[in-house]
Design a protein around this ligand. Sequence first.
Ligand SMILES: [Zn+2]
Length: 181
Amino acid sequence: MSIKEVLRYKTSCPSCGREEYNIVELIYEVPYLGKLLLSTGYCNSCGYRSYDTINLDVSSPIRIEVYVDSDDALNSLIVRGKKAIIKIPEFKVEITPGPFSEPYITTVEGILYRILEVLSACDESEERERCRRMIEDAIDGKISFTLILEDPTGRSTIIPKGNVKVKVYKLMEEGETLPEQ
Ligand SMILES: [Zn+2]
């Protein structure tokens, strides 16, 4: 993570109105999660403080796909932004983020274990049992599948291991895609 001071100035205080309000703006650059502008204010006269963050990287929606058919693919890194949806079409699995979802970094295998956890928390049914067996086979490398990350904020990425190929698409409209390169 890098931090850079970009601006420091004095202005009128939103609380007491005196020209004693000091503002410092910093840019934090967090790998894979983007640039944040942090603005802090402090009044020398009345002690009023403010604190604000603004996300500077307004990225476009993306879809990232990796075909998982090797140990390297299973061990590739997933950086999942907090708004990203994870899909495995072969297993009819979709993980949608909750309202308090935080970004996380894991591996493809780690995603499979997360799915197993969610499945074991659910009631038993034939469909879930079938899904559980497929996920366990996938962890053991017995079956291949496609892992898709769809992120409306463009903050997610897949970092491939070895010769694993990752496809990145910019999402235009809903359902319409355009290859990035
Ligand atoms: Zn003040």
